[in-house]
Design a protein around this ligand. Structure first.
Ligand SMILES: NC(=O)c1ccc[n+]([C@@H]2O[C@H](COP(=O)([O-])OP(=O)(O)OC[C@H]3O[C@@H](n4cnc5c(N)ncnc54)[C@H](O)[C@@H]3O)[C@@H](O)[C@H]2O)c1
Length: 346
């Protein structure tokens, strides 16, 4: 049997532990050998808690001593680009947390570097890996919905500003709910639609609550240094004539505590995620074509599994570097449209 592949994680925070380390530790073909965090004590505590042999505060030292085959990048958004580029230069396959980076130019550079190195670069857009999303993608491709001309994606929280990390800091994150949670439903929608070509985008962003309130369902934050949008509404127009509306918020005065779903309206049938429901109008009566009682919540595991399987040569589809670039390009265009108050042609 071939040797185990050596894995390192950069950024010893909550997603690194809950998603990346916990998955790597279940795979027999892998060996989690190192963790890096710019806060040395966080790296050591993480390593000790999870039984990882090496902890570092400097990634270059980690590469020198540990020579990993696979690297997970779980740092704040601003550092994704540098950590992915370094990992590819070191000849590693990379699983990078979303968003790919801060700007489309960086995501393009990362994609090109992965191609040149002949290594896998995947992004953790995990909602597309839910079996609901996978099944709907098949149904849309098979024509069950007819032509899908209106899609509405929502990633809304009533008062859910993250109270940990740097999610309210524009310089380190690149933005607020759009680049953090809206991007997930944007990816799920684009995946189901088969990444249609985008014609133009328009958007409105607001900062009305995050800089006034200071606590919510995900803890406390400092409103004085809240520099990202707290709600954003965008319309994406496709060359095929269809539109995708995106609504996203960390804080917005809505009744539900949170909403995470996408609705697809075709000229033959409609569908919603999550859970998957496909329906049709029959003379004014709603007919269910397919309905799942509960949504598949095993999405993170499936996203990690697809990446590792792909690295190991199995035919597994990943959220790849080109798709990551397209999503980053959309996010940038939406922010620009909101800032300029004009629509942006792509
Ligand atoms: N896919 C998802 O659903 C999901 C969920 C949560 C977070 N994320 C993404 O994961 C990333 C991290 O989020 P988190 O919630 O784990 O944040 P976190 O704050 O819990 O963890 C980030 C860690 O990175 C470390 N760090 C900061 N700068 C560094 C640097 N230059 N080098 C090395 N380490 C550095 C911090 O000390 C911290 O321990 C973000 O990009 C976020 O968007 C994705």
């Amino acid at each position: 049997m071939s040797r185990k592949l050596r894995v390192a994680i950069i950024g010893a925070g909550q997603v690194a532990e809950i998603v990346h380390a916990s998955y790597y530790l279940t795979r027999e073909r892998l060996e989690l050998v190192a963790v890096v965090d710019s806060h040395a004590e966080r790296a050591s505590e993480f390593a000790e808690r999870l039984g990882i042999p090496h902890a570092f505060s400097d990634a270059s030292e980690m590469y020198r001593q540990c020579q990993p085959d696979i690297v997970s990048v779980c740092t704040p958004n601003r550092f994704h680009h540098q950590h992915v580029m370094q990992a590819l230069e070191q000849g590693c396959h990379v699983m990078c947390e979303k968003p790919p980076a801060m700007a489309p130019e960086q995501a393009a550079e990362m994609r090109d570097a992965a191609r040149k190195a002949g290594k896998v670069l995947a992004y953790d857009f995990h909602h597309r890996f839910a079996s609901d999303t996978q099944l709907l993608r098949e149904q849309v491709a098979a024509g069950t919905l007819g032509e899908v001309y209106v899609t509405t994606a929502k990633a809304l929280r009533r008062c859910g500003v993250p109270g940990w990390g740097v999610f309210t800091n524009k310089e380190l994150q690149g933005g607020g709910p759009l680049i953090d949670i809206g991007i997930h439903m944007l990816d799920a929608a684009m995946y189901v639609l088969g990444f249609p070509a985008v014609r133009r985008v328009s958007a409105h962003a607001f900062q009305r609550l995050g800089n006034r309130k200071h606590s919510g369902q995900f803890g406390e934050w400092d409103p004085k240094v809240y520099t990202v949008e707290d709600a954003l509404f965008a319309t994406i127009e496709f060359h095929n004539g269809g539109i995708l509306r995106l609504e996203t918020s960390f804080a917005l005065n809505i009744a539900p505590q949170s909403v995470l779903n996408v609705e697809f309206c075709g000229d033959n049938a409609g569908a919603t995620l999550f859970p998957l429901h496909i329906y049709q109008d029959d003379g004014g009566k709603l007919v269910t074509l397919l309905q799942r009682e509960t949504a598949d919540d095993n999405r993170h595991v499936k996203s990690m599994q697809a990446f590792v399987d792909h690295v190991l040569g199995a035919p597994a589809s990943i959220a790849d570097a080109q798709q990551g670039y397209l999503i980053q390009q959309l996010v940038a265009a939406i922010y620009l449209a909101a800032e300029q108050g004009t629509s942006i042609d792509l």
